[in-house]
Design a protein around this ligand. Sequence first.
Ligand SMILES: [Zn+2]
Length: 303
Amino acid sequence: MNDSAIRLGIDLGGTKIELIALDPQGDEIWRQRVATPKGNYRETLNAIVLLVEQAEQALGDRGTIGLGAPGALSKLTGHLKNANSTCLNGRPLLQDLQELLGRPVKIANDADCFALSEAIDGAGAGADIVFGVILGTGVGGGIVVNKRLLNGPNAIAGEWGHNPLPWPLDDERPGPGCYCGKSGCIETFLSGPGLALLHSRLTDQHLDADAIARRAAGGCIACETSMRSYEDRLARALAHVINILDPHIIVVGGGLSNCRRFYHNVPKRWQRYVFSDRVDTRLLPPRHGDSSGVRGAAWLWNG
Ligand SMILES: [Zn+2]
């Protein structure tokens, strides 16, 4: 690509489609969002094309286009798979967009876009190996090495959410059932609903993840116990990643990234699980917050 080009990034979500434009220095020069047409693939395509046309008309320039989507692009068929917006699954999204927009388009999943954004000019800027983790309604991840997404033959690099929780305790086996068909996946323990489930099993109280974190901060002992148990699970799950990938930085995104206590407590706990006498990996909150997905999509065209 031409280094002086504008980069357009699009975040295709279940409720909204957002577009930003970055100038060659990475500064945001345009942003617009629209509601995602419900369950209609053709209208979703049209909404994306319209956002691009409006941005390029306003900026008087043509840009490169990266798109962050739920799910992953199947290498086998070129179609989208594993998306929770099911009207997208099995559709030739990449091919259709390239045809409609008249240029090459790059697509990555939202966890990959998050990891890329934070690795390029976010919390992981300057680090060689960055693992980006999403802890939200689901659990995902992406790996960036030397400012480039790791992209293997199965398009699943960093997808640790459907590995089993490591070093399980007796009451964590076989673990909750997961939509992927297995039991005891990391996602069933570390997603927001996973924290809520943990707390309801310990206390019979039905609170969501936000409320549990808030009450723990306010001195509720039962919520504090749940938070500590969650932190130990997170430490085990991340220690497993550190043993394989040895990242310099792990950046956390998603709703649970707002729990500031994790950045202090979890590295203290992972020490006992990582196979090394000292651990220099740092656990950090995101710099770009909710904008990471759309910024990462723009950065898919990086040099
Ligand atoms: Zn699973």
